[in-house]
Design a protein around this ligand. Structure first.
Ligand code: 13P
Length: 339
């Protein structure tokens, strides 16, 4: 492992004013989003859509790294350029999702365990040889009646730590993602409690496995009330509770925290990230950044609708969301940018 190299890449991924673009939806997930918009769900539409993303002019102004999906890294643009090369040529660091999905956890109804450790070392070497420099693994934690269980939290944290150690061995920066889901009617306080427990467990396992925190990015959920919770706290309160929770559980050595959007509206995701940076940027040890999929992509995907006539407008919408989040990174985002 070359720690200095990992640190250099991790710092570039969270450089001021830029963030990550997650475009690593699995086939079932992107097909579901296409189906909801009436877009055909084929290998070619997925390729064409992702070509629109990576050829968006000026994306590098706001996006430091793009997380790709295995299908995409084996595809090319219309002109024959492989996707990984196209991303590099666009001035963006290519990354990849390497887990193989969250599956039902044995003996734990309603809970998931993420798979993908078998053969992972060999896959990571292959990705590294393609020019990919970072890798993401997502664990899913559900809040509900009597859950999450310790069994689910510990099994997922252990898998995250084993994947992260393999990444660093190969020279890839791990983007460690334990996602506490927004689904449900739980309160903000319950999400705070669960997020803290999950993060403490993940960092303990990373320590046990010898993962170097300086060469790692945390991808976290914001601390939010459940989507069905009747009480939805203000943007500033969400920002305060989220950062206070992270301060208790995330070591200062970590280079940056990149939030997932998790089903929030694009505008709320930007506003909450902005509030965190306005209130805490000067006081926290890490960069507070984004690694959004839906909150960057969704408006543009809706405009595209699978039609070539709409490509330019879709790219403008995508760029606009990236630009709003670039502003949020700096604490300079406001409502007027949405008009
Ligand atoms: P969302 O921003 O749509 O939650 O996706 C982020 C992500 O990559 C989940 O793994």
């Amino acid at each position: 492992m070359n720690l200095q190299q990992l640190i250099k890449i991790a710092k570039k991924l969270v450089v001021n004013g830029k963030g990550l673009l997650a475009m690593d939806e699995s086939n079932p997930t992107i097909n579901k989003r296409f189906a909801a918009l009436g877009i055909p769900q084929t290998e070619e539409t997925r390729r064409a859509y992702r070509e629109i993303i990576v050829t968006t002019p000026g994306l590098r102004d706001c996006i430091s790294g793009a997380i790709l999906y295995d299908e995409t890294v084996h595809q090319t643009l219309t002109d024959g350029t492989p996707f990984v090369k196209a991303v590099i040529q666009a001035g963006i660091i290519p990354g990849i999702k390497v887990d193989t999905g969250a599956k039902d956890m044995a003996g734990h109804p309603g809970e998931k365990i993420t798979e993908g450790l078998d053969g992972l070392r060999e896959r990571l070497v292959e990705y590294y040889q393609m020019g990919i420099l970072f890798a993401k693994w997502r664990a899913v934690i559900t809040i509900g009646d009597g859950i999450p269980s310790r069994a689910c939290i510990e099994a997922n944290a252990h898998a995250l730590a084993r994947y992260a150690a393999l990444c660093q061995e190969v020279g890839l920066v791990p983007v460690v993602e334990p996602e506490v889901l927004m689904d449900g009617s739980h309160s903000l306080g319950r999400c705070e409690e669960v997020t803290e427990e999950v993060l403490r467990t993940v960092f303990y396992q990373l320590y046990v496995q010898g993962v170097k925190l300086e060469g790692l990015i945390l991808k976290s959920n914001m601390v939010l009330p459940g989507l069905k919770c009747p009480t939805q706290e203000s943007v500033d309160l969400v920002a305060d509770i989220t950062v206070k929770c992270l301060l208790r559980a995330v070591p200062a050595a970590v280079q940056g925290i990149t939030f997932l959007s998790g089903g929030q509206t694009s505008e709320l995701a930007s506003a909450r990230l902005n509030a965190m940076n306005v209130r805490f940027k000067a006081k926290v040890p890490w960069e507070l950044s984004f690694s959004f999929a839906r909150a960057i992509q969704q408006p543009g995907m809706g405009i595209w609708h699978g039609k070539s006539d709409n490509v330019l407008a879709a790219q403008q919408a995508l760029y606009h969301r990236a630009w709003c989040n670039r502003a949020a990174r700096r604490g300079e985002y406001n409502d007027s940018m949405e008009r």
